[in-house]
Design a binder for this molecule. Structure first.
Ligand code: KG4
Ligand code: ZN
Length: 381
């Protein structure tokens, strides 16, 4: 089944042509990062306007890149949440309009589920090997194995999720305050490293001399006895270590971080690579420790990383090493498929469409959408 998938939940506009949830014929992403960089984060009003101007050209590029015409598209998928309402609206309305005009089946996709399904996508050009009919859904060699444990780490979410089978999610733990990606972004701003923060922190950390001991050790919030996370204290600890001065601490919100970052950038005598590495190490330590513990306790066959922070090399290396010791395989999408893209929307869409699901054309955006956790009451989700 050949799907045209659209992603517009935040500051990336994506369109992809995906076959059977796994093969990428085209995956086009227009990023607005350079526009938002000057503000140190995404400005929602600016983001939705950019989505509007990028959507049609991005869809046309995807069709051209795949070398296909509309006649070969069998279904249309678009993200309906979570994300910024104005941004979501553009892709969802566009997807529904195209489905109506072409008389094609339409499916709204949960962006978090799509991050997980990025693990089903094959590197471009690689064909699936063999095909095993399963419970209504065919499995191909190389597909992730159930029961699966997913660590979902994005700009707004940090969750450990048990997935015994397609579409069934059980929440084990989540962040009680900041998401891990949000912590990367805030600390990068604090250090004057720019937006998006994750890649910037990773680059800065790689610059430090690893043979010398790091003078900084930052605290870990272990939230003992739970699979929950907390990253807001870590952010404050970085603020204190870097001590941009009491003025910065007293100021509020984003300006507090930006001013501290400017003070540090101006040469307050702090080693940015050392602080970046200490911060990254603290985040990775907590994420990896809890993920390994959950994987062992639940006896899963595989662990999968999902979301923008899954692009982090330190996190991948640490988990690869710790899980290998316990003979549990780890999988993660290529870096370009970890951050927001439409290929993953096409992957998740396929598994719903293949089971006969369709969305109505009056589907609305759901900015606060969660994964449909089976172990929580609907009002807790
Ligand atoms: O999944 P994503 O692209 O968007 C959301 O759905 O939120 O995730 C974006 C987040 C940002 O916070 C960004 O700083 C983080 O992913 N990120 C990284 C890396 N690349 C992106 N965090 C750590 N290391 C990276 N290499
Ligand atoms: Zn995302």
């Amino acid at each position: 089944m050949r799907i045209l998938a659209i992603e517009s939940s935040c500051d990336e506009t994506g369109a992809a042509i995906i076959e059977d949830g796994r093969i990428i014929h085209a995956n086009v992403v227009a990023s607005q990062a350079s526009i938002h960089e000057r503000y140190g984060g995404v400005v929602p009003e600016v983001a939705s306007r950019q989505q509007l101007s990028a959507l049609i050209p991005v869809i046309e590029s995807a069709l051209a890149e795949a070398g296909v015409t509309w006649d070969s598209i069998e279904a249309i998928a678009a993200t309906y949440g979570p994300g910024l309402a104005g941004s979501l609206l553009v892709g969802l309305a566009g997807g529904k309009a195209l489905a109506f005009a072409r008389d094609l089946p339409f499916i709204g996709v949960n962006h978090l589920e799509a991050h997980i399904y990025a693990n089903w996508l094959r590197p471009t050009g690689e064909a699936p090997l063999a095909y095993h009919p399963g419970d209504g859904l065919a499995e191909w060699d190389g597909d992730p194995l159930f029961p699966l444990l997913a660590l979902v780490v994005s700009g707004a979410h940090t969750e450990l999720v048990h997935i015994p089978r397609h579409g069934h999610y059980e929440l084990l733990g989540q962040t009680r305050d900041d998401a891990s990606g949000e912590a990367f972004d805030k600390v990068a701003r604090l250090l004057g490293l720019g937006y998006p923060g994750g890649p910037a922190i990773q680059r800065a950390a790689a610059e430090r001399d690893e043979t010398a001991p790091n003078p900084y050790t930052l605290p870990r919030a272990w939230m003992r006895g739970t699979y929950d996370f907390s990253f807001s204290g870590l952010k404050t600890a970085v603020l204190e270590v870097t001590q941009g001065g009491h003025d910065q601490v007293a100021a509020h919100g984003a300006s507090r971080y930006r001013r501290a970052g400017e003070a540090i950038g101006a040469g307050a005598g702090v080693s940015i690579p050392d602080v970046a590495a200490a911060f990254q190490e603290a985040v990775v330590d907590v994420l990896a420790t809890k993920t390994v513990r959950a994987a062992v306790e639940l006896g899963v066959r595989q662990v999968a990383l999902a979301g923008g922070v899954a692009a982090n090399l330190a996190l991948r290396e640490r988990l690869l090493r710790d899980l290998a010791r316990r003979d549990i395989p780890l999988r993660f999408p290529p870096v370009a498929l970890c951050t927001d893209n439409a290929a993953m929307i096409g992957a998740a869409a396929y598994f719903h469409l293949a089971l006969g699901e369709r969305s109505s054309l009056d589907l609305d955006v759901r900015p606060g959408l969660q994964l449909p956790f089976a172990n929580l009451a609907p009002d807790e989700v």
